[in-house]
Ligand binder design. Structure first.
Ligand SMILES: C=C1C[C@]23C[C@H]1CC[C@H]2[C@]1(C)CCC[C@@](C)(C(=O)O)[C@H]1[C@@H]3C(=O)O
Ligand SMILES: O=C(O)CCC(=O)C(=O)O
Ligand SMILES: [Fe+2]
Length: 409
């Protein structure tokens, strides 16, 4: 059954509402509709003030008990895969392929080292996010996300959802890969995004993220080589598939929270992308993965990137590699930042598993990344069942439980 109950934005004409002054336990103060076109929405400002000043969190931020945090949590056992060794020796590749095969057949999370990302660049990208989220709301709102798209600044996704709001601010933008055939890197579209959305003062930050995204592209294509070998398809198969991809970069900021046990920074979900590379800031943990019915944490470790399989790769591998449910928790005393690079194919490329010598029944229909993106931005809030709901939605006549069939979008 597809749950669309808290999706407020159905058709791009945002049905926007966020709480102005309502706090948990004070149900008499009404929600105040927000002017989606304002550059410095009073209500959005109020929410940010609430984050800092209130003892209780506003009701729309409260997540159901089932999603609440257990008091103690064990660490997830994830392999540490040396990507550099995989690219440079047959033995390194064999070891890396065996590690990812084991991790991806169970939970789909692993960590990578030897990825070649300059630690100074990674730190600059994290510091840049810290600086951006400290800016006045009116400045951040210059990059306000437009309805129906993934690009831009969002505060608690309050323009999209009415309940179970995530305790976070995000800044997202597209990174189009520079296809190797095109020659040396010369793209500046991330820089262009920053200067056009935020102004020329943001050129340097744009340059940092342009470089960071290119490093993420390189790392993710290297990981795709390992995944290809691990599935018996050779190094080039998935690398070529994603070479001209259109990925998404997202900076997450999780402020301190007065009631961390009643909310979540990012709710339980599977990433719709093919692969996600996550850089967690410093010492502050927050990422948790559901394995065998229990939440397990994946703590940040210096120099390591966390990688997980997303729905698009699950479809590409016909379900052999799993996209696993995960979430991010928040803290009372500590704020947290993370940078997520969501690897995705070119928007119009058909996602379909490769022909197999031992054909298995197809688990998912053919689709394009543009279709899946559109589904998550306009029709369905990404959760544990995004891919199943999407497959159902593509095949509308035989799918009575899609949002459309319920008459909700
Ligand atoms: C296709 C997408 C949906 C999300 C943005 C991009 C890439 C990842 C997705 C997301 C981050 C997964 C977590 C849940 C989500 C709703 C969020 O809380 O941010 C997702 C994104 C989104 O729709 O904004
Ligand atoms: O911030 C994190 O640790 C995880 C965020 C996440 O899962 C996401 O952005 O998809
Ligand atoms: Fe995620």
């Amino acid at each position: 059954m597809v749950d669309v109950s808290n999706f407020v934005e159905a058709n791009g004409n945002a049905a926007v509402s966020i709480p102005a002054m309502e706090v948990a336990g004070s149900p008499h103060v009404p929600f105040v509709p927000r002017d989606a076109n304002a550059t410095d929405s009073k209500n959005a400002k109020d929410v940010l003030d609430l984050w800092r000043q209130q003892k209780q969190i506003p009701a729309p931020f409260i997540w159901p008990h089932a999603d609440a945090r257990p008091s103690s949590i064990l660490e997830l056992d994830v392999p540490v895969v040396d990507i550099g060794a995989a690219l440079h020796s047959a033995a390194g590749m064999a070891r890396a392929a065996a590690q990812v095969a084991e991790a991806c057949a169970s939970h789909g999370f692993f960590q990578v080292t030897g990825h070649g990302v300059d630690p100074a660049l990674a730190q600059a990208a994290l510091d840049g996010a810290a600086d951006f989220f400290r800016l006045p709301l009116a400045t951040k709102q210059r990059a306000r996300r437009s309805p129906g798209t993934v690009k831009g600044y969002a505060s608690a996704h309050a323009d999209r959802f009415a309940a179970k709001l995530p305790w976070k601010e995000t800044l997202s933008f597209i990174h189009n890969h520079v296809h190797e055939d095109v020659g040396a890197r010369a793209s500046s579209h991330v820089v262009d995004y920053f200067t056009s959305a935020l102004g020329d003062d943001f050129m340097h930050l744009g340059e940092v993220y342009q470089e960071y995204c290119e490093a993420m592209e390189d790392a993710s294509l290297a990981i795709m080589e390992v995944l290809g070998v691990s599935l018996g398809l050779g190094r080039g198969y998935y690398r070529d598939f994603f070479a001209d991809g259109s990925s998404i970069m997202r900076c997450n900021y999780y402020p301190r929270c007065p009631e961390p046990d009643r909310t979540l920074g990012t709710g339980p979900h599977c990433d719709p992308s093919a692969l996600t590379i996550l850089l967690q800031d410093g010492e502050v943990d927050g990422l948790q993965v559901l394995v065998d019915g229990a939440w397990r944490s994946v703590r940040p470790k210096p120099g390591e990137l966390v990688v997980n399989i997303g729905d698009t790769f699950m479809a590409l591998s016909n379900g052999r590699y799993k996209s696993c449910l995960h979430r991010a928790v928040v803290h009372r005393e500590k704020e947290r930042r993370s940078l997520a690079y969501f690897l995705a194919p070119r928007e119009d490329r058909v996602v379909r598993p490769p022909p197999s010598p031992a054909p298995a029944p197809r688990l998912y229909p053919d689709f394009t990344w543009a279709e899946l993106m559109r589904f998550t931005q306009r029709h369905y809030r990404a959760d544990a069942r995004t891919l199943d709901a999407f497959a159902c939605w593509l095949d509308l006549p035989s799918c009575p439980t899609t949002p459309q069939a319920q008459g909700t979008v």
